[in-house]
Write a protein of this length. Structure first.
Length: 689
């Protein structure tokens, strides 16, 4: 999607401004750039990531890969396959899928880790595939976690993964970058989980939706790597596409200690660390780099925070929830968010505060407390330290290293009417079991304390210590005013975009206003059709937007342009949400912002998307006194002059009075080529041929 918020001029501003850390890392991994071109937020780039991980979805990706006519991986060393999501499922169907993935990996020479080795994201960190200052992607939304070690990690969809397998590369639009400053000293016992839960609850109005986040501030030097990984992991739930910490002495020391612990490895070795120290000095944000916005939180004001129920946008100090006497049925210390050694030891310290295993406190009657290490390596370390045995003696139920209850798979799911508290990343309604259950998120220490008390409490309360009395969280938010006024005289001739043969130099049509925010993929393409593989293109066109507005069909026609509110296409990753719009004869969607997965699926299938938030505001102002309509023909005609990077809206016709005009970022040749080829799969086939 095209973002119109910042950096509209291609001239002297781009030549003189510096790059932030996100832009610098993308610069390293961008391919096929014109000589001397610096990349910035808003640019579409072709990227060749250092590594690409997929998990249980490796087999669907393999089927797509083979369906493209690909016969070998472009770069076998670039591909990592891990089995982690459904490891408790011993059915023949699942075991057959696992064997297929393993056999594929052996045949093509990719890296492979079997069920039981651990969660893919943790493996990527332990083995070094997610390495500082690299760009590493995964076909999983929590690849943001790699930012905890200074690696730019971001999610991709299955078609992207198949493209990387076949060609080594895919596309990415560099998102706007938000700076999140952490200042102040974190109180004793309060963790990275409390920081990110507080951030999700305090800045809960999509401030960082589809942004890259760079964490800054003097407080970072005191944050452990495990805390950084937890924070980066849950930037996904906060709405961001990445969450990047700087590469500082803490990161360097962590890798040195890892070499001392496990020895020199293929990726993590003394030479690599020496090079990292040199690169870390060079690859820092320039003093004149730009950020889309800045958010600040004072860590010294934090206490233990809890998210929920059933939403990460709701967070409260645990002391407030304790007063509500919220009884729990299940507790969880599982997932890639908080199941590393320090997390397990933090929980063990709560159930066994003296350190003597004979003094272990028991889990409350009627409560099931489930634990699973992030990897087999972590579990081994926890057993060696004694933390694992303390939790087992307290009455915890051990699950295999890997995913499970966090994604609603395997043993211990929440049942109707139950309440659970979990050290995972998502508490969406129904995710961990029944939609009629309530789920809260908290740190390992709070989860363990609540399991002992049988209700949501702080560790201090569970252990009979005077409760912490920290101040309320103090925050500030500063949106940097980088926007234009909404009008533009247009770019200079020298900055015209080269148009590839077969790509239109302009795209135009009447705007049809779907005036709602957060139109989800179920609204665009109903879920009941998603797994009906025999639905024709004509049928897809008929059901397009059916759940959003049954009158959509009668109010739209071929050649229209949909314009909608903010976060269009949020929800599931179904590709049909994009392809049904194309089937309807609509080739362009304009919105205030888009769900990232929808954006990727759109480009991958040849549907263009454009962000123009000021135009949405103008339309809403125009119709504010009219009778609300879900779908409205506007009589405004939108024209995108691709070559001159300009959009114009005229009233009545394409030659009518101008009511809106704005300069926009360029649509580069790499994206044009994908569209000309009919989408990413067509582009891959052309490369293979």
């Amino acid at each position: 999607m095209l973002r119109f918020k910042r950096f509209f001029s291609e001239g002297s501003i781009r030549l003189t401004r510096g790059q932030n850390l996100t832009e610098k890392i993308v610069q390293r991994y961008a391919v096929e750039l014109p000589e001397g071109k610096k990349v910035f937020s808003g640019d579409y780039v072709s990227i060749r990531p250092s590594y690409c991980m997929s998990h249980d979805n490796s087999w669907p990706i393999a089927l797509k890969f083979m369906g493209l006519g690909a016969t070998k991986l472009k770069y076998p060393d670039q591909i990592v396959n891990t089995l982690d999501h459904d490891v408790q499922n011993k059915s023949e169907k699942n075991l057959t899928k696992y064997r297929n993935i393993e056999n594929f990996a052996k045949k093509h020479g990719s890296h492979f880790y079997p069920a039981g080795r651990g969660i893919g994201h943790q493996i990527m960190i332990e083995e070094g595939y997610a390495f500082p200052l690299n760009l590493t992607v995964a076909s999983d939304s929590h690849s943001n976690i790699y930012g905890g070690v200074g690696c730019l990690g971001t999610p991709i969809v299955r078609t992207d993964a198949a493209s990387i397998w076949a060609t080594g590369q895919t596309w990415w639009q560099i998102p706007p970058v938000a700076q999140v400053e952490l200042k102040g000293e974190l109180p004793t016992g309060v963790s990275g989980k409390d920081i990110i839960v507080a951030l999700c609850g305090l800045f809960n109005d999509d401030q960082v939706l589809n942004h890259a986040i760079e964490f800054t501030g003097d407080s970072i030097k005191n944050l452990s790597i495990d805390n950084r990984l937890t924070i980066a992991n849950m930037t996904t739930e906060w709405g961001a596409l990445s969450g990047l910490f700087p590469v500082d002495s803490t990161v360097i020391q962590w890798y040195k200690e890892r070499i001392n612990k496990v020895g020199e490895g293929h990726i993590i070795n003394s030479k690599a660390i020496e090079e990292l120290e040199q690169n870390a000095q060079k690859l820092k944000a320039d003093s004149n780099s730009k950020y889309d916005k800045k958010l600040t939180i004072d860590l010294s004001t934090l206490t233990y925070y809890v998210s929920g129920p059933n939403s990460v946008k709701i967070s409260n100090p645990v002391e407030d929830l304790s007063k509500q006497d919220i009884k729990i049925n299940k507790a969880y210390l599982v997932s890639c968010t908080n199941s590393r050694l320090s997390d397990i030891e933090a929980a063990a310290d709560v159930v066994c505060p003296t350190g003597n295993i004979e003094d272990v406190k028991k889990v409350a009657p009627g409560v099931n407390f489930y634990i699973a290490a992030a990897s087999s390596e972590v579990e081994k370390e926890a057993r060696t330290s004694g933390a694992w045995d303390k939790l087992l003696k307290a009455g915890c139920i051990a699950l295999p290293a890997g995913c499970g209850p966090c994604i609603g798979l395997g043993t211990g799911l929440l049942e109707a009417g139950e309440v659970g508290i979990s050290a995972t990343n998502r508490n969406f309604k129904g995710r961990m079991g029944s939609k009629d259950a309530l789920a809260y998120l908290a740190s390992p220490a709070v989860v363990a304390a609540s399991a002992l008390a049988g209700k949501i409490v702080s560790p201090n309360e569970a252990l009979g210590i005077e409760s912490c009395k920290y101040a309320s969280v103090k925050t500030s938010e500063q949106i940097l005013e980088e926007e234009t006024s909404g009008t533009s005289s247009g770019p200079t001739e020298a900055s015209r975009v080269e148009i590839l043969e077969g790509f239109p130099s302009e795209i135009s049509g009447e705007l049809v206003f779907c005036d709602a925010d957060n139109i989800n993929t179920d609204g665009i393409y109903p879920g009941k059709y998603t797994y009906q593989d025999d639905i024709s293109k004509e049928m897809m066109a008929e059901v397009c937007m059916e759940n959003y507005d049954p009158e959509f069909q009668t109010k739209t026609k071929t050649g229209d342009i949909i314009i909608s509110g903010f976060n269009f296409g949020t929800g599931s990753s179904r590709e049909q949400a994009a392809t049904c719009i194309l089937a309807r004869g609509i080739n362009l969607v304009v919105s205030g912002s888009f769900g990232n997965i929808f954006s990727r699926n759109s480009i991958n299938n040849g549907l263009l998307t454009v962000e123009v938030p000021k135009l949405i505001e103008q339309l809403r102002s125009k119709y504010k006194d009219d009778t609300p309509e879900l779908t409205r023909r506007t009589g405004w005609f939108f024209k995108w002059d691709v070559a001159n990077k300009n959009v114009t809206v005229r009233e009545g016709s394409l030659t009518g009075t101008i009511v809106f005009e704005q300069e926009i970022p360029e649509l580069g040749k790499n994206l044009q080529e994908i569209i000309v080829k009919g989408g990413l799969e067509g582009w891959v086939k052309s490369k293979l041929n």
